[in-house]
Write a protein of this length. Structure first.
Lengths: 291, 129
């Protein structure tokens, strides 16, 4: 099996998780969100983020979450009482752990963005802390203030100007779509498909790009074979009817560009698309793919 | 494969572990024929009507069988079914063959199994082990 890409980056954080962890549940908003990680062995952890008004009392919050988890998921009787977690610090995170086998926690507050980031792990063991949690916490890099944001989820890795907001996240089995939009209504989409041979059937990459464009209601003006890094690729220029606000009503045509490439090593097809009103600049695909 | 929500809960993983041990079994009553040099399979499933539908089917001369065409993942899975292979083995095989992650392969296998079960081409049995 292909290990899940390790990198995880969303609005406020950029970190690395163990390769076999996969996101199976998400609520990926800007001000508030959560990602749950599973392997075939079960639940491995979750990351939550939310924008808060004031500096949070992280010890109280961790104790409160711990108490609720024990009550709801472990069926612990509240009358028994819950002793406070033992707290320590690692890589700027406040780490709260209780008994062996109980859930444990790590949280950090970024005052510049007022984001509280919390990790919850299902079962505390001393070796887990050192082998898994510490590397994970050490890999964390905050983001959200620079000119660009990194996005890495479900195998797609991007770097976009920070005025682009995620407006759609659609991770179907074998087909993931991330969609962004900025204040000028410039749209950016990234797609990733598994099983390219089955998907394309007898088509070649250029025919597939035209087939896909038709399905997406893009009017292709040019499709040109090219390469992207070491991959075969097709660059497509197209126009599409405006789909936001007044331009949607009057049927204004927008122009756009798409690049589709075939990564034969990972056996994935991927594409980047950018379109919007003619007067606004597009995203540079080469910069998007920079690491 | 995925489920979303603003406050996602935790699915009962015991159920998923049980699910992985289940065994899909092909329906032996279907007629199977190959097309396009084995790239697709055409499967004819006998339709059975019960109660009032049985009477109506005779009066209205409703069709007695339904044809389905299998290709892609469905065909790959169907060919692998031998009455012993567990869902977990099917997921691992598909993942191995197409470089998929566990949950990608699981999503595709469950989709295909669901469709094949609905159409009466396979049944899914529990594993007593």
């Amino acid at each position: 099996m292909l290990p899940t890409p390790r990198r995880l980056a969303w609005y406020w954080f950029d970190c690395e998780v163990p390769p076999e962890w996969e996101v199976t549940a998400y609520g990926a908003g800007r001000e508030k969100g959560s990602l749950h990680f599973y392997t075939r062995k079960g639940f491995q952890g979750e990351i939550n983020w939310r924008q808060v008004k004031a500096v949070p009392d992280q010890e109280r919050i961790q104790n409160e979450i711990h108490r609720k988890v024990l009550e709801v998921e472990k069926g612990r009787d509240p009358k028994e009482g819950f002793p406070s977690l033992d707290f320590s610090e690692h890589s700027g995170f406040l780490v709260g752990a209780g008994k062996e086998g109980d859930p444990f926690h790590a949280s950090i507050f970024f005052p510049e963005t007022r984001i509280l980031l919390q990790w919850v792990f299902p079962s505390y063991h001393h070796h887990l802390l050192k082998d898994q949690l510490y590397p994970l916490l050490e890999s964390h890099r905050p983001q959200g203030e620079g000119e660009h944001l990194s996005w890495a989820l479900f195998g797609i890795e991007l770097k976009l100007p920070s005025n682009f907001k995620n407006i759609e996240l659609n991770p179907l089995p074998g087909h993931v779509v991330l969609e962004y939009r900025n204040e000028n209504r410039v749209h950016f989409k990234a797609r990733r498909w598994a099983m390219p041979e089955e998907l394309m059937g007898p088509m070649n990459l250029e025919q597939f790009s035209r087939h896909l464009s038709r399905k997406l209601l893009y009017k292709v003006s040019r499709a040109q074979l090219t390469t992207l890094g070491s991959h075969d690729a097709v660059r497509v220029e197209f126009s599409v009817k405006g789909n936001v606000g007044f331009e949607k009503i009057v049927g204004q045509w927008w122009t756009g560009e798409m690049v589709i490439w075939w990564d034969r090593k990972t056996r994935r097809l991927a594409s980047l698309e950018c379109y919007g009103p003619k007067r606004h600049p597009r995203v540079d695909f080469n910069r998007v793919l920079e690491r | 494969m995925f489920w979303k929500g603003k406050t996602p809960g935790t699915p009962d993983f015991g159920l998923i572990q049980d699910q992985l041990k289940s065994i899909p079994i092909p329906n032996k009553e279907v007629e199977v024929s190959e097309r396009e040099g084995g790239r697709t399979l055409v499967i004819r499933v006998q339709l059975s009507y019960t109660g009032l539908h049985k009477l109506l089917s005779k009066i209205l001369k409703l069709k007695a069988s339904q044809k389905y065409q299998l290709d892609g993942v469905q065909l790959e899975l169907y060919r692998r079914l031998d009455g012993k292979c567990t869902l977990e083995e099917l997921i691992d095989d598909l993942g191995e063959n197409h470089q998929l992650t566990f949950f990608e392969a699981r999503g595709l296998v469950l989709q295909a199994i669901h469709l094949l079960t609905q159409r009466g081409i396979i049944v899914v049995g529990g594993n007593s082990d």
